[in-house]
Design a protein around this ligand. Structure first.
Ligand code: ZN
Length: 168
């Protein structure tokens, strides 16, 4: 009984014994510590949309050299993959985009990426229809400006953008 009362009293002391001021001091210290190291995140998470108007919602994507890139393509339209398919294909520097896209028109079975042009591809999502998504992960290439396109026949003229890798 005495022991119980003692514990009860101790609990009461602890509950009242920590003034609000002390707790705030502690919180401040914690948040300062957590925010101190300002480093580039190891993973760059990117999202880009394609729609039924044959357009991406972004013309530019940016990451830093050395980052792992986690990119999600969302087809936010309602049209089928046969009518309005979209993918996201990142090309190596120096790629002849028009020649690449033209060669890929016949490559329906390979998500409209010509198999003999795969050497020019750094990374790519699969081909999507309306309402679908695909996420890919790859290492950011060396610093520079790269081109990304949708390789569905006729789309690259509108569906094209810059993937910019800045030096870390
Ligand atoms: Zn497309």
């Amino acid at each position: 009984m005495n022991k119980f009362l003692f514990l009860l009293g101790l609990a009461g002391l602890l509950a009242c014994g920590a003034p609000a001021g002390d707790q705030q001091t502690n919180n401040t210290e914690e948040s300062t510590t957590a925010a101190a190291p300002e480093e580039t995140p190891a993973v760059a998470k990117l999202e880009i949309e394609g729609n039924d108007q044959m357009q991406y919602n972004l013309k530019t994507l940016e990451v830093k050299a050395g980052q792992k890139v986690e990119l999600t393509l969302n087809h936010v339209g309602k049209m089928t993959i046969e009518a309005m398919g979209h993918n996201w294909v990142l090309l190596k520097p120096g790629t002849d985009v028009a020649a690449f896209a033209t060669a890929s028109i016949a490559a329906k079975d390979n998500d409209y990426i010509a198999p003999d042009q795969m050497d020019s591809v750094i990374a790519h999502t699969k081909m999507l229809g309306g309402g679908e998504s695909d996420t890919i992960t790859f290492d950011a290439p060396e610093a520079g400006t790269y081109t990304f396109i949708c390789t569905f026949p006729g789309h690259y003229a509108l569906m094209k953008g810059e993937f910019i890798v800045s030096a870390d």
